[in-house]
Design a protein around this ligand. Structure first.
Ligand code: GLC
Length: 748
């Protein structure tokens, strides 16, 4: 007899017992089913719901039913799961089983800055603000899971998706991803940290197999995922497309069970990347919970027959029926999915979210302003002195090009995107005479998945003519602001392809040289997500990284250029003078992009500044570097004591003073160096940072607490983190190369 009838029978029996002998049975404490009772512990609710589900219902929740949704249990009032991209904003609604847009008119979003910009803020509060804001937009749109944030380490500047991630350092990435996740999940929406793991290039992303040693795996590539789980309590995770040691991440027992569940204690849902599931056996036994985006097997997209053919659908059901599998793996997966649904849609969290609110617009602008990195500013050319400069030439395609459309799954449909030219005109147009010249023609593309920017950027004039126009404008101006960089086209900052080099595309270098010859008062603004070469660096007075700022990109840039906002970002990755200075590009094709679909991370733990330190390479601009419109002076650091034991701590304090004329924020960075260790370690490793706001003349004491965890390295032979006794050095820097103060101490 079906379970359901047994339940009905039981209910009838209880009712009958009430009426039968006249005595009233004691009414149960809570006569609603446990899984619906918000006051009960979540695991009790999960077990109760599981116990009520049929085999068919259990199979149904394991796989997609449309492009971005999977089933709940309608009979039990358990809601469906709705997923949405992406890390920078909530993508527009798509048709049931299409990537194409559904053409809604109420799903335009706020585009927040790219996550590399968020990392460049070095500000945990900005990360929480980001997560809260994007979580509210996801909640308002009725989404269960936000498919972000991405935390893959920037191992090579060529990775097409670097703009979606948080730079090269595991500690910085960990510190930024945790508040982001908390901000999202406080809205009742699950974050989905991705792409787990080692998705550090787009070249052959669906097939490449990564080989690396465990020290690099545990010290560089896993920490952000571990922090997302253990500190951020992330409710879902997305296994990546690629393979690790030959096995697809979506089926990788070591990744999804041993590391994720046994070592990190993850209790959320492993949601495949779209189309990352390769077969039923791998999905059932390898630790995947929820299958999305699998091919249509030749069935009409959107038809049930397509979804019934997913690896975790009918094929799995049949194997259970045949007795090949029991229901142990099935129940484990279903429990994880029920936990996700209860945490999001059945938690009593009544947040309704909001879309395009003034708060979100302000958040987008503030985060972008806080993330901008001032790399150079000779003669204080920036901010624009409207008394001295009465004529300013704005030159470059990225001054007029919208950047929120394109680049892959993070592409968005915004209510409004301010371009730099529009905002600079609004901000400065009444104070100075502004002229604009294209300078070069890069990409007129302005459409992605059916979302168009509405811009028409075609310009079929001769490049020489376009350049001559720009040079003439530069000659007549008191000051030039070149706004260029990359964009979201293939082989630039875009999913699915890597860049072909670190040089600026579209002949921008030549344009910058020509403009600098025409007018030495030139500031270069880079709109980009990944490091670029700057051979013209000594020919220009100012360089500002504006990143992809989202809806408020133009407004944030205009405020910084006009001096209403003081840039306080610092580089989340090393900018190399040449590609060969990067560890991943120092060996040969086997370390990038790989040979025979296999890429080996031979540089090991020496990624980014760790490599530059080891090889004594002078970066173009170092990790952690960024200037301000004001200046800061550091005093000497003091340690509370000169030694500590394993359970002890040492306090580090250092005074920092704003010695300039305007208010500003400074990121104070703490690195630790292990004087001698049984295994090779980087010269120094980032273990702390604080961002402080200082008025002119103000001094603040910045404090850090050193504990044994900060001294540990991963000993792959012991498969454990160890802090070896001996001497260490605490290093305070304004960047990884601008060392302000050091002090040694001993671990006893
Ligand atoms: C894409 C991306 C992933 C995205 C998913 C859904 O291929 O790899 O980041 O969330 O598919 O669009």
């Amino acid at each position: 007899m079906k379970k359901r009838n047994l339940v009905l029978l039981a209910i009838v029996a209880v009712l009958a017992s009430c009426g039968g002998n006249g005595k009233q049975a004691k009414a149960p404490v809570s006569d609603i089913p446990a899984y619906l009772d918000y006051s009960r512990p979540i695991e009790e609710r999960v077990e109760d719901a599981l116990s009520r589900m049929t085999l068919e219902e259990k199979i149904a929740v394991l796989h997609a039913q449309s492009k971005f949704s999977s089933a709940g249990v309608p009979r039990l009032g358990i809601p469906e799961v709705w997923c949405t991209d992406g890390p920078h904003g909530i993508r527009p609604e798509v048709l049931w089983d299409e990537w194409e847009q559904a053409g809604w008119t109420n799903d335009s979003c706020t585009a927040f800055p790219a996550l590399t910009c968020l990392a460049a803020t070095w500000n945990r509060d900005m990360a929480h603000l980001f997560g809260k804001s994007i979580g509210e937009e996801a909640r308002f749109r009725g989404k269960t899971v936000l498919l972000g944030p991405g935390v893959n380490i920037n191992r090579t500047p060529l990775n097409g998706r670097n703009f979606e991630y948080m730079g090269e350092d595991p500690y910085l990435t960990s510190q930024i991803v945790v508040p982001y996740i908390k901000g999202v999940q406080e809205q009742g929406v699950a974050a989905c940290v991705k792409h787990f793991a080692l998705n550090n290039q787009e070249e052959w992303r669906h097939s490449v197999s990564v080989k690396l040693d465990d020290r690099a795996l545990y010290e560089i590539y896993l920490p952000a995922f571990k922090a997302a789980i253990q500190e951020g309590n992330v409710w879902s995770i997305m296994p990546a497309y690629n393979r690790v040691d030959g096995e697809f991440c979506a089926h990788n027992d070591r990744l999804l069970k041993t590391i994720l569940r046994d070592e990190f204690g993850f209790d959320g849902v492993a949601i495949s990347d779209w189309g990352a599931t390769e077969d039923t056996k791998g999905a059932v036994e390898g630790g995947l919970d929820l299958e999305y985006g699998t091919t249509s097997f030749g069935h009409e997209p959107g038809t049930n027959s397509m979804y019934d053919n997913y690896y975790l659908a009918t094929p799995y059901y049949n194997l259970i029926k045949k007795g090949v599998y029991g229901t142990e793996e099935l129940d484990y997966k279903v429990r994880n999915i029920l936990r996700l649904i209860i945490r999001t849609g059945m938690s009593g969290n009544l947040n309704l979210g909001s879309l395009n609110s003034d708060e979100h617009i302000l958040a987008a602008r503030t985060i972008n302003e806080e993330g901008m990195v001032l790399l150079k500013n000779n003669d204080a050319l920036l901010p624009v002195n409207t008394d001295a400069c009465k004529k300013v030439a704005i030159i470059g395609e990225n001054a007029i090009k919208m950047m929120t459309v394109g680049g892959g799954s993070s592409s968005l449909k915004v209510k409004k995107e301010y371009t730099p030219m529009e905002s600079i005109t609004k901000e400065l147009g009444s104070k100075v005479q502004l002229t604009y010249a294209r300078g070069y023609v890069g990409s007129a593309s302005n459409n992605y998945n059916g979302v168009s920017t509405g811009q028409s950027l075609e310009d079929d004039r001769d490049p020489e003519e376009i350049l001559a126009e720009a040079v003439a404008a530069a000659k007549e101006a008191d000051m030039v602001i070149f706004i260029g960089g990359l964009n979201k086209d293939p082989n630039q900052d875009a999913e699915g392809t890597d860049r072909l080099g670190i040089e600026l595309p579209y002949g921008q270098d030549e344009v910058i040289y020509a403009l600098a010859d025409a007018n030495p008062n030139i500031a270069v603004v880079m709109v980009n997500g990944s490091a670029v070469a700057m051979p013209w660096r000594d020919k220009v007075k100012s360089i500002l990284l504006a990143w992809y700022g989202g809806s408020e990109a133009g407004n944030a840039l205009a405020e910084v250029i006009a001096g209403k906002a003081n840039p306080s970002g610092k580089l989340p990755y090393t900018m190399y003078a040449r590609l060969e200075d990067c560890g991943a590009h120092s060996f040969g094709p086997e370390t990038y992009p790989g040979v025979g679909q296999e890429v080996t991370y031979t540089e090991g733990i020496f990624v980014g500044y760790r490599w530059a330190d080891k090889k004594n390479i002078e970066p173009l601009y170092p990790f952690g570097y960024g200037l301000s419109y004001t200046t800061f002076e550091y005093g000497d650091m003091k340690l509370s004591k000169s030694s500590m034991n394993e359970n002890g701590t040492i306090k580090v304090t250092i005074p920092v003073t704003n010695t300039g004329k305007c208010a500003g924020k400074e990121v104070v960075e703490l690195y630790i160096s292990d004087t001698e260790s049984s295994l090779e370690r980087p010269e120094k490793e980032l273990k702390g940072f604080e961002k402080i706001a200082l008025e002119p003349g103000q001094t603040k004491n910045v404090e850090f607490t050193i504990n044994a965890d900060m001294l540990k390295f991963f000993d792959d032979a012991k498969h454990d983190w160890v802090a070896e006794k001996g001497e260490f050095t605490a290093i305070i820097g304004a960047s990884s190369r601008d060392i302000k103060s050091t002090a040694t101490f001993t671990l006893k």
